[in-house]
Design a protein around this ligand. Structure first.
Ligand SMILES: [Zn+2]
Length: 299
């Protein structure tokens, strides 16, 4: 190994293993044992970014490379740590700040191979998503079922989450050391969860909806919003619309009636409705809409 020499190294910016040039190098031989440590700064020959690499070579324990040649047993450490082959979902900034913070801490901790901390972080992240969606309780396993029942995750994703035992332990003292394969599965499910629950909704609204001008555009907004609400719970029109209520620029009550007509005529079977007399004036009523289904297919 020499300054100016070329080696294969993972580039976090190019997202793959590429040729890197050694730009700085220090070698230390071990005392009374045939092994050497190489400390180096390497430059990506694709994007010119720099990273740090330690390569430890043991000349007393031999190994074979892909072409069957004998090579010294080698271990590699690098900085910054990266999760090779993992892409952080685009537009992650739209997820609630606390979830976003936990996510990034999990990625750093996983890249640094702190597997127990990563597992605890993933668990905290799933708990936080449940809290954000109004799913309460102490038992993570029941909360995973509620995520599934409300179609935030698919039944097969829920089964995979359940099968990962360390996530089901309610006491941190019982946390088993998880494998990287299991953590990769959880990360994939979490990436899907955040994409389905927050990012796609954000992109759909940004790209599709500018204002509610008729029953069709109203149903489109409600269809997007109820995916984040709980099946069986009842909401007023305001509750269904959330901050999107501002998209209705005309008489809100008129849209309340339009929505009731659409449900009565069977045009929007994902909701049913009932009336409740107002506390301060029993002659007037508030309409509550109960979520029957919040599947993401088109109505
Ligand atoms: Zn690069």
């Amino acid at each position: 190994m020499i300054i100016g020499g070329i080696l294969k190294h993972y580039c976090e910016y190019c997202g793959t293993k590429l040729n890197h040039k050694i730009t700085a190098l220090e070698k230390r031989d071990q005392y009374e044992y045939n092994a050497s440590d190489f400390y180096m700064i390497v430059e990506c020959m694709g994007c010119t970014s720099l990273s740090y690499r330690t390569q430890k070579e043991d000349y007393e324990e031999w190994d074979y490379d892909d072409s069957g040649h004998q090579v010294p047993t080698t271990s590699i450490e690098r900085y910054p740590n990266v999760l090779a082959k993992h892409q952080i979902p685009e537009n992650l900034h739209v997820v609630p700040e606390r979830i976003n913070t936990i996510y990034h801490e999990c990625i750093k901790s996983f890249a640094a191979e702190c597997l127990i901390l990563t597992a605890a972080g993933f668990r905290a992240l799933i708990e936080e998503v449940c809290k954000d969606r109004g799913i309460r309780g102490d038992d993570l396993s029941k909360k995973i079922n509620k995520l599934r029942d409300n179609r935030f995750i698919s039944p097969s994703e829920a089964t995979r989450l359940h099968s990962i035992r360390f996530l089901g332990n309610d006491s941190i003292h019982e946390l088993a050391v998880p494998t990287k394969i299991a953590l990769n599965t959880v990360l994939k499910i979490i990436d899907n969860l955040l994409t389905n629950m927050y990012i796609l909704e954000y992109e759909a609204k940004r790209d599709l909806i500018t204002a509610v001008t008729d029953i069709r555009s109203l149903l489109k907004v409600i269809d997007l919003n109820i995916r984040q609400l709980i099946i069986g719970n009842s909401y007023t029109l305001k509750g269904l619309m959330g901050t999107d209520l501002r998209l209705i620029t005309e008489d809100v009550k008129a849209y309340d009636r339009l929505l009731q007509n659409a449900i009565t005529e069977g045009k929007f079977p994902k909701l049913k409705f009932h009336f409740v007399p107002k506390d301060d004036n029993p002659n007037e009523q508030t309409t509550y809409y109960t979520i029957v289904s919040n599947k993401s297919d088109d109505f």
